[in-house]
Design a protein around this ligand. Structure first.
Ligand code: C2O
Ligand code: CU
Ligand code: CU
Length: 520
């Protein structure tokens, strides 16, 4: 079963570097979002004309005493994204976003993925507290069903630890962590940016009793919202400046897009600038930024301010200790914000728009709610939500430094951590399970930094207090240019190798990733 061959970084990064340097582009060191924006070749749809779609919740195939079993087929499909066009996508079960999985805390969840795509894949549960062999290590490839040998693909190197399979693979999630908004997406080494852009992403929610007891808005008033930006070619297909459009040999993107790929169309759950008709009541919005590189500054705009702002109830890793009011929030690739918006003070017919204050023109808008009649609302948003154990700075046994920076990768332009490009055989840290550590992240440009296996708590930014939006358990932290942040982290339960990386997916694919191994 085990195939040991994986793709090689070196050659392709050479091409990236040459193109980037030759074009003479400058990196915008001070902007809040790093990247270069594509221009669609189609006329962009009018915002707020198409209805929001909520991804279907996947039903288990079967259940036993302690486990729910699901099946997902990864396959090519056609999506209706732009009016009048069919867009080819790579999909989980034929849709973008993929189906939403819901795990009740404590019930083991097994997802059998079948790969019917033309490329290998890796499934990662982002934010999941998951053993190594189901975490989707970037070289633990699932080769397409029926593919007998991928060995003669160009540029492969051996990763003696990789556990690859062909056709189908079970991912086992213990789901012992608290209620949270997680998401799953492709994580194949060197090609994560291209595969997520083409559609390989979906929600995975953990629910639990502590959350139920709070009586937060639920059912159709609990909306997972996956925000992505994309661009489209004249034929309606997705535009992505890959060096190898077949996504097989050369990783990375061309020229200035090495900074990150931005689209000029904002999609929510795969619909461009959708509109959603709602009742005059409280709604829970599970905001996920699944964009490759774009950071959004979200703000709610309602007539007379009648919808108020966001009441944040959760972060990446689950509910907060206390609800907090935010007039705006920055959300970087990989991050989730769980917020409640109260539309009960709105007048019927009010249009409430979600803006992106970091965008311009059409990218300054995200979606719109149109409020109907005031409705019965049994929901509550208590000030006190769930208790959170504090990871104490004084308990930390060591501090590790991780510097995220543009750098030489084999003599070419790429992205590095501590000056090193991702290499499958290098281990950057060996934290001991159960020990609290302080991880200090520093940057040159904007980098959203993501750590697998366990969430962390933010201790400081540039030596000062963290941002209000840093509260709770985080697994992705958006750092501005030249910023330094300290987080407290404690890895638990699962020994093995995991990664930390920049969640700007172009940076990730172009080597800004490192392996850490947790040890007993
Ligand atoms: Cu959302 Cu390692 O990724
Ligand atoms: Cu992750
Ligand atoms: Cu980055």
């Amino acid at each position: 079963m085990s195939r040991r061959d994986v793709f090689r970084l070196a050659g392709a990064l050479g091409v990236v570097g040459a193109a980037g340097v030759a074009a003479g582009f400058r990196f915008a060191g001070d902007s809040a979002t790093v990247g270069a924006q594509l221009t669609s070749e189609v006329a962009l749809p009018e915002p707020f004309t198409r209805s929001l779609v909520v991804p279907a919740v996947l039903a288990p195939e079967r259940r036993d005493a302690d486990t729910d079993y699901y099946r997902i087929t990864q396959r090519r499909a056609m999506a209706q994204i732009l009016p009048g066009y069919a867009t080819p996508i790579l999909s989980y079960n034929g849709t973008f976003p993929g189906p939403t999985l819901v795990s009740a805390r404590g019930r083991r969840t097994v997802v059998t993925h079948r790969n019917e795509l033309p490329v290998p894949t890796v499934v990662h549960l982002h934010g999941g507290h998951v053993p190594h062999d189901s975490d989707g290590y970037p070289t633990d490839l699932l080769y397409p069903a029926g593919s007998d040998s991928m060995a003669d693909m160009a540029g492969m190197q051996r990763d003696s630890l990789a556990r690859t399979m062909t056709g189908e693979r079970d991912y086992e999630y213990p789901a012992r962590q608290p209620a949270a908004t997680l998401w799953y997406h492709d994580h194949r080494m060197d090609f994560t940016g291209a595969s997520v852009w083409h559609g390989l992403a979906g929600f995975h929610l953990i629910v639990d009793e502590a959350e139920n007891r709070l009586r937060l808005p639920s059912g159709e008033r609990d909306l997972p919202l996956m925000i992505t930006d994309r661009a489209f070619r004249a034929d309606g297909s997705l535009m992505y400046p890959a060096l190898d459009p077949a996504m097989m040999e050369k990783p990375g993107v061309t020229g200035k897009y090495v900074q990150g790929v931005l689209g000029d169309v904002v999609l929510v759950n795969g619909v461009p600038w959708p509109v959603h008709r709602i009742a005059g009541a409280r709604y829970r919005l599970r905001l996920l930024n699944a964009s490759n590189a774009r950071v959004y500054r979200l703000r709610i705009d309602s007539p007379g301010g009648r919808a108020g702002g966001f009441v944040q109830i959760g972060s990446d890793g689950g509910l907060l200790e206390r609800a907090q009011h935010l007039s705006a929030l920055d959300i970087a690739p990989g991050e989730r914000f769980d917020v409640v918006v109260d539309f009960s003070g709105c007048a019927p017919g009010d249009q409430v728009t979600v803006h992106n204050d970091l965008g311009s023109g059409k990218t300054a808008q995200v979606m719109r709610f149109v409020v109907g009649e005031r409705a019965d609302d049994p929901s509550m948003v208590p000030d006190a939500l769930v208790p959170i154990d504090r990871l104490d700075r004084a308990a930390a046994v060591r501090t590790r430094l991780f510097d995220f920076r543009r750098g030489d990768v084999g003599g070419m332009v790429g992205w590095t951590i501590n000056g090193r490009a991702y290499a499958v055989d290098e281990v950057i840290a060996e934290p001991k399970l159960g020990e609290v550590e302080i991880w200090r992240f520093s940057t040159d440009l904007n980098h959203p930094i993501h750590v697998h296996l366990n969430q962390f708590q933010v201790l400081s930014r540039n030596g000062n207090l963290p941002h209000a939006t840093d509260v709770g358990w985080k697994d992705t932290l958006n750092l501005a240019a030249t910023e330094v942040a300290e987080v407290a982290i404690r890895f638990t339960d699962y020994a093995g190798r995991f990664v930390l990386h920049c969640h700007n997916l172009e940076h990730e694919d172009m080597a800004m990733m490192a392996t850490f191994t947790t040890v007993q």
